[in-house]
Ligand binder design. Sequence first.
Ligand SMILES: NC(=O)c1ccc[n+]([C@@H]2O[C@H](COP(=O)([O-])OP(=O)(O)OC[C@H]3O[C@@H](n4cnc5c(N)ncnc54)[C@H](O)[C@@H]3O)[C@@H](O)[C@H]2O)c1
Length: 289
Amino acid sequence: MQELSNKVAVITGAASGIGLALAKRAASEGMRVVMADIEAPALADAVAEIQATGANAIGVVTDVANEASIQALADRAFEEFGAVHMLCNNAGVSGGGGPSWEIPDNAWQWTFGVNLWSVVYALRAFIPRMIEQGEGHVVNTASSAGLKTLPFVAPYAATKHAVVAISEALCIELGMFAPGLGVSVLCPGWVDTKIADSDRNWPAHLGEPQTPPEGGDDMREVSRGLLSAGISPSVAADAVFAAVNEGRFWVFPDGMGPRLAHARIDEIDGGTLPVMTELFDDTDYGRTN
Ligand SMILES: NC(=O)c1ccc[n+]([C@@H]2O[C@H](COP(=O)([O-])OP(=O)(O)OC[C@H]3O[C@@H](n4cnc5c(N)ncnc54)[C@H](O)[C@@H]3O)[C@@H](O)[C@H]2O)c1
């Protein structure tokens, strides 16, 4: 999709990090922007910041893990602007952490709801109307962790692999049935955002949050350090808009995704055990056969 001026973008997780950067970039392209997030005060500030540039933006408080809430977001966007040309399924949480067998059900449910079911719900809510329009682009935010699995965040890795898979299926399906609609999947490494503090949005209806695993506070500090050394969210947003412009599926705003994908293929080819490479540094932490 090349001409963006006056077109409509819907962005989830738009109050912070990559979503906010996508909203700013969309506004700078002259798009009308629907910003969705669960964190109402942060969303109000983000919308005000974008409106102050003269852009046409609205905020819709949305829980992407809730299908009715996503349906309401779609209805509001189509009522307000009559169309949706760019759908960015971006909201996400770092989710439950620790050894897989110790992560409680509600932490798996939280991670799967926000990172995975949100995408399924959004496809149902938006795609039929976008197909009717005949033109548009879907951007799903996955992660390089969707190409090579990280230990101690199994729910996150599982959802991001799933988002890559759903995006690939969607791309082929739309290619067959609605070639005017494009798909991209964003797979960054570390991006300087607030994702290490995702539990600020822990949903009360899931009960008591997971007790941090042993060393959990240290892990959070390590994550914060890695994130702050990562790329700026605006670099990720620029890469997304370049991909939308070129109709490109894979979006790698840094070199990490392809390197990790190759590392995984080498393990598959060589029949070796999975190792934890590069996401943390250049050391192989895993076992070898
Ligand atoms: N930061 C990174 O290093 C990195 C790397 C790869 C992928 N990602 C992905 O990027 C996406 C954006 O995350 P970020 O890094 O900008 O983090 P962030 O915490 O800065 O932003 C995430 C936004 O999602 C919102 N959100 C959380 N739960 C929600 C819900 N139930 N409904 C609606 N909104 C909700 C938060 O309020 C927040 O505004 C996520 O999908 C994440 O997995 C991030």
